[in-house]
Design a protein around this ligand. Structure first.
Ligand SMILES: NC(=O)c1ccc[n+]([C@@H]2O[C@H](COP(=O)([O-])OP(=O)(O)OC[C@H]3O[C@@H](n4cnc5c(N)ncnc54)[C@H](O)[C@@H]3O)[C@@H](O)[C@H]2O)c1
Length: 291
């Protein structure tokens, strides 16, 4: 049974995932590299766009519930705080070497029965867990942004993930109000291949001058009923994350359509990494460069 959960990385996804667990009364420990980052994350979980304070304002939860949910959350800059966690979910930036190191640290600081999951958008789980000794407890748990709202969890099962691990995570996902889909370990899994093609093509057409950023987003929303357009989606995901994913997929597949465009790189290098309310030190995203 899973009752204590660790989350590594308190960025966009770590915050959303932590919020879902604490709202469902799981004891949750969030780890990051500095106290300042963790303080900002805790503040966002309570008072950010999808935070509890907004839910109190809308009468979805009471103030007592907000306080009790927040009490389920602990933070630390030390991996030893993962001690006795039944599940640890890694949500650090989409960089293979970093994720591999984080997985090794998780294994060092947990019992052999702890399930180790990655929220990677598309790096093969078998590659991230290459140095983990017990591979039966490793799984991909790919959440969607914003995690408190989106119902899907893409569960990535390697050939070595045990049936017990898969079943525990399916059961847990349902308890959290999510609806899991199972995929095999493959670069980009299903969802990231699907969405990255859409984003890359939109960027290519924008760079050709076919239409403006606003009009491309409008066409996707009003013409096809998507909840947001490709540029709005990039601002939400984080432009740096979109770039990292594209570089990884290109390195694995050699498919040129996956290669991040120079315009996307220019945005990231200039500090435009997306939704500035959530990401620290971001200058904003596509909709901010026109101002
Ligand atoms: N942003 C999205 O929409 C989205 C959606 C699904 C999956 N993902 C995936 O989730 C992961 C995280 O993405 P994000 O957007 O939350 O990134 P982010 O940049 O917002 O947050 C990453 C966090 O990890 C922390 N970190 C870095 N190194 C660390 C370490 N060694 N130990 C602990 N913490 C460390 C950073 O300080 C930062 O707070 C990535 O793999 C990404 O591909 C992102």
């Amino acid at each position: 049974m899973i009752s204590k959960v660790g989350i590594i990385g308190s960025g966009v996804m770590g915050q959303g995932i932590a919020q879902v667990f604490i709202r469902n009364n799981y004891e949750t420990t969030m780890i990051d590299i500095s106290e300042e980052i963790l303080e900002n994350a805790v503040k966002n979980i309570d008072s950010g766009k999808y935070g509890f304070i907004n839910l109190v304002r809308k009468n979805v939860i009471t103030e007592e519930q907000e306080n009790s949910f927040m009490k389920n959350l602990k933070t630390s800059t030390n991996y030893s705080a993962l001690n006795r966690c039944d599940l640890v979910i890694e949500a650090v930036p989409e960089i293979l070497s970093l994720k591999m190191k984080v997985f090794e640290n998780i294994e060092k600081n947990t019992d052999d029965s702890t399930i180790i999951a990655s929220n990677t958008s598309g790096i093969m789980i078998s590659e991230i867990s290459r140095n983990v000794k017990n591979k039966s407890r490793v799984i991909g748990m790919h959440w969607f942004n914003p995690a408190p709202i989106m119902k899907l969890i893409e569960l990535v099962k390697t050939s070595f993930t045990s049936a017990e691990t898969v079943n525990l995570i399916i059961e847990l996902s349902k308890k959290l109000g999510k609806d899991p889909a199972i995929v095999k370990d493959y670069p980009g899994f299903f969802t990231t291949n699907f969405v990255q093609s859409w984003i890359s093509e939109s960027l290519r057409l924008y760079e050709k001058g076919i239409a403006s950023i606003d009009d491309i987003d409008k066409m996707a929303r009003l013409g096809f009923g998507f909840p947001m357009g490709p540029f709005e989606l990039m601002d939400t995901i984080g432009l740096d994350t979109v770039k990292d994913i594209g570089e990884y997929l290109y390195s694995e597949t050699g498919n040129e359509k996956d290669m991040p465009s120079y315009l996307l790189k220019e945005m990231v290098y200039s500090g435009y990494t997306g939704n500035k309310n959530i990401k620290m030190n971001s200058k904003g995203g596509w909709h901010d460069i026109k101002k």
